[in-house]
Design a protein around this ligand. Structure first.
Ligand SMILES: [Zn+2]
Length: 361
């Protein structure tokens, strides 16, 4: 009897993990990985939006798909146009994470309609940039209720002041009212990693987790608990150098805090979905973190010696990282070093959920 019990128990222990592995092994499915480059565009090149497709590029579960644009056409994001969007679908309706550029909004909807006819109900914006929110008004017309941090809503309403009093570029002109988030929440510094909202839909549990001021002052990450994936938007990137949108309350140091929070909220096997570049796991964020710390330290040392921004840019501080950084254009390098230069002196505190840094053009 004793032996039999042991045998049965042993069999159950062996069988259970085997079954789980078989189920999980099917996902994620990366259907179309982003390109690697290098890419060059002639002077005066304009993005040919009519040539850009929005495709299902990955499946994170049977009803959780990732959408992303064509490679090699969009100089802002040559590896894959736009910022990743996601769609969770089923009988409870469609929940979207971000919505791609305005210029391709019809294509984004058409691609969603290729796999579901359910109504589009909920849209969350991970941050204000137009490759993530450009189609807000369009999807609101489709029925989506838009959620975001209140800071994102404010960023949409009043575009950041530019250095020298220059007007904001046309693409960033104030969003139509219909595109503004209507469901808002704030980051609570006493509860980092705590969801502001949790949706139970289509067999998933979806957490909207507001972030500290990092890539911008209005960032949200989105966790799908059952699929074990987190959309981590743009405070981490592996195509081009880090970008902290200081004009919208972001900072490199805030991005370090964001990486540290991911190390806590993600499991070792959680698939992390950046807005751009390749999919990663939490430990893949550590070399990126170390690079930002190293660059901040080196730039601070030079600035403390009285070096000008031009001198620091000329010091080629990123040379050790160029070999391992895809998409390492001169403008991406200069932007990163300039951000570091601005932050290592007179770094403003967070006041009412945001930092106010003036970013020179
Ligand atoms: Zn983006």
């Amino acid at each position: 009897m004793k032996n039999l019990a042991l045998l049965v128990f042993g069999a159950a222990v062996v069988a259970a993990p085997a079954l789980m592995t078989a189920q999980n092994a099917q996902y994620p499915q990366i259907l179309i990985p982003p390109g690697k480059g290098p890419y060059t565009f002639p002077q005066g090149y304009q993005t040919p939006w009519d040539k850009i497709d929005i495709m299902v590029t990955a499946k994170m579960s049977p009803n959780l798909f990732v959408l992303h644009g064509s490679e090699g056409l969009d100089p802002d994001h040559p590896d894959a146009s736009g910022g990743r969007a996601m769609a969770l679908f089923g009988p409870d309706g469609v929940l979207m994470v971000d919505d791609e550029n305005r210029q391709v909004q019809e294509k984004t909807l058409k691609t969603i309609r290729s796999f579901t006819n359910e109504p589009i109900k909920i849209l969350v914006n991970t941050h204000v940039h137009p490759d993530h929110t450009g189609a807000n008004a369009f999807f609101a017309q489709q029925g989506a209720v838009i959620y975001a941090q209140n800071n994102l809503r404010l960023e949409m309403m009043r575009q950041p002041a530019r250095g020298g009093g220059a007007a904001a570029p046309a693409a960033a002109a104030a969003a139509p009212q219909a595109g503004l988030p209507v469901g808002t929440y704030n980051y609570d510094p006493a509860k980092p990693g705590e969801p502001a909202l949790t949706f139970m839909m289509n067999g998933e549990i979806v957490d909207f987790v507001p972030m500290m001021p990092s890539h911008t002052a209005g960032d949200t990450i989105v966790r799908f608990r059952n699929a074990n994936v987190i959309y981590i938007e743009d405070f981490y990137r592996n195509f081009g150098y880090p970008f902290a949108d200081q004009g919208n309350g972001g900072s490199l140091r805030g991005m370090l805090d964001a990486v540290d929070l991911i190390e806590k909220v993600a499991g070792p096997d959680t698939t992390l979905i950046p807005g751009h570049g390749t999919y990663v796991k939490r430990n893949d964020l550590l070399p990126y973190r170390a690079m930002i710390v190293d660059v901040l330290n080196k730039v601070k040392a030079l600035r403390d010696q009285g070096k000008s921004l031009q001198e620091v840019l000329a010091a080629k501080l990123l040379e050790p990282y160029d070999k391992t950084t895809l998409g390492d254009t001169q403008s991406s390098k200069d932007r990163f070093i300039t951000e570091a230069y601005l932050e290592v002196k007179d770094f403003p505190p967070v006041v009412e959920g945001r930092r106010t840094m003036t970013r020179p053009q």
